[in-house]
Design a protein around this ligand. Structure first.
Ligand code: ADP
Ligand code: ZN
Length: 443
């Protein structure tokens, strides 16, 4: 495959695809959808499913006809574990990624070489979009291996032509040394890890503005609030762009913010985006929150039709001052299964984060613990203090009360709030664990 790298001055990695008009996007989508559906008949799973409901691939004549196709769910991936979804013989596949399986049977995603090439192109497109060029030095602090944030960013950054440092997860001192020694200009990290990295920098006297060449962060793989992003930008002195991906769709590269930072552009030459009501499964109007459903348009080994991601978001718009008309989606609120139901109230961890981040006295780490006593649900919010722990008890108590009130206004019930010293809550190398639900033990 020919590897084309545009002129540095071009704002687009793939001008043709990135600047399609809406009409052109839709025409391309229909053509690719028809090809994808026809190709899916090679998959034992889809062949059977289409036969069961008497749907012929030729019945897809317009984008609206997509709605004739049943949804695909994570359960379908589990039921067909390991290879029942494949649309090509295994000998044509060159890579397998698998979810950890901590929440049930693992799932498997297969890739052909072409799938991997397209994935690299997607990631390169995103990194180019936020101003990275072959002169940049890209450091990836994702776990490598099954977690797609590792190899996904690796191949994308290489495709763009950057010097790429596969630092992998953890070992913050080594990350910082790489950054200063190799002149790292861009880092990919989960948002919670950036906070950790900054704290370790502090402890060894490294100031990212003074001692590094860092100018771009790609942050993603876990939900985070706008407030958290702004804090990260402020603490590192760089722009931080939201990156969305999921293994089922390939990995990172599915959606990314452009320099306008006005939502995630989801690449509609690669995916059809639907937002549906998670109960009725009917489409919701633009601007309304619903479940993100994605159909792959360029996947060979394992195309997925109308895959229910369980991620909740909404359409913000379909045009942008950056010249890209690919749909813009709001940052994810979390997955439907992240939702906590307490005394009948639905709460997302991100709502709590949004409030906590408004208090300059607080640092970025927090942990929500749910318990039951006397049949009542209780929520404990532990959050780290930004300043060194003070023993001015009255001041702390007043702060704690203010936080509690602000949380109550947002989530409609009063949590217990505990202020803890900085660096005392657990941190993980990968995605942050924000909620511990001890209630489940008793159910
Ligand atoms: P796992 O399913 O094991 O978490 P994935 O890496 O496939 O592994 O995770 C994909 C999920 O991560 C998405 O469905 C979404 O819930 C979350 N996610 C990824 N990127 C973002 C992001 N930028 N903002 C919010 N959530 C994200
Ligand atoms: Zn844009």
């Amino acid at each position: 495959m020919e590897k084309f790298i545009p002129e540095d001055s071009s704002p687009y990695f793939n001008r043709e695809m990135e600047t399609l008009s809406r009409a052109e996007i839709e025409a391309l989508q229909l053509q690719r959808l028809q090809q994808t559906v026809a190709h899916c008949m090679q998959s034992p799973f889809y062949k059977k499913r289409f036969e069961e409901i008497g749907l012929k691939p030729e019945a897809i004549q317009s984008l609206q006809d997509l709605r004739k196709i049943p949804f695909t769910t994570k359960q379908d991936l589990r039921d067909t574990y390991p290879f029942g979804m494949a649309s090509v013989p295994l000998r044509e596949c060159v890579r397998l990624h698998s979810s950890s399986g901590t929440t049930g049977t693992p799932t498997v995603i297969l890739h052909t070489q072409r799938d991997l090439d397209e994935w690299a192109n997607q990631v390169a497109r995103n990194l180019w979009m936020v101003g990275l060029r072959p002169d940049d030095v890209f450091q990836n602090s994702s776990g490598y291996g099954m977690f797609t944030g590792g190899l996904g960013f690796q191949y994308g950054a290489e495709r763009l032509g950057m010097l790429t440092i596969p630092a992998a997860a953890g070992n913050s001192l080594r990350q910082i040394k790489f950054m200063t020694d190799f002149g790292t200009t861009a880092v990919h990290a989960v948002p919670s890890y950036v906070t950790r990295l900054r704290e370790v920098m502090d402890s060894v006297g490294v100031d990212p503005r003074r001692d590094t060449k860092l100018r771009v962060l790609a942050i993603g793989a876990e939900p985070h609030s706008e407030e958290q992003r702004r804090r990260i930008e402020e603490m590192m002195g760089v722009k931080a762009y939201n990156s969305f991906g999921m293994s089922e769709m390939c990995g990172p590269g599915v959606g990314f913010e452009c320099p306008e930072q006005n939502g995630l552009h989801f690449w509609e030459d690669y995916y059809i985006v639907e937002i549906v009501d998670p109960e009725t499964l009917e489409p919701v109007p633009d601007g309304e929150v619903g479940e993100l459903v994605l159909t792959t348009l360029c996947r060979e080994a394992m195309p997925l039709l109308r895959y229910r991601t369980r991620d909740l978001t909404r359409v913000l718009g379909r045009s942008c001052p950056c010249g890209r008309n690919h749909v813009r989606l709001d940052r994810m609120r979390g997955r439907s299964d992240d939702m906590m139901v307490l005394r009948g109230v639905n709460i997302f961890p991100i709502q709590i984060e949004k409030i906590l981040m408004q208090f300059p006295e607080l640092a970025n780490n927090y942990l929500i613990t749910l318990t039951t006593d006397d049949d009542n649900d209780n929520m404990l919010v532990e959050v780290e203090l930004e300043e060194l722990f003070t023993d001015d008890y009255q001041r702390l108590q007043a702060l704690q009360k203010r936080i509690q009130r602000a949380l109550k206004d947002e989530i409609l019930l009063t949590p217990h709030v505990k202020l803890v010293p900085k660096n005392t809550l657990p941190v993980s190398d990968g995605k942050a664990v924000r909620v511990i639900d001890k209630r489940k033990v008793y159910q």
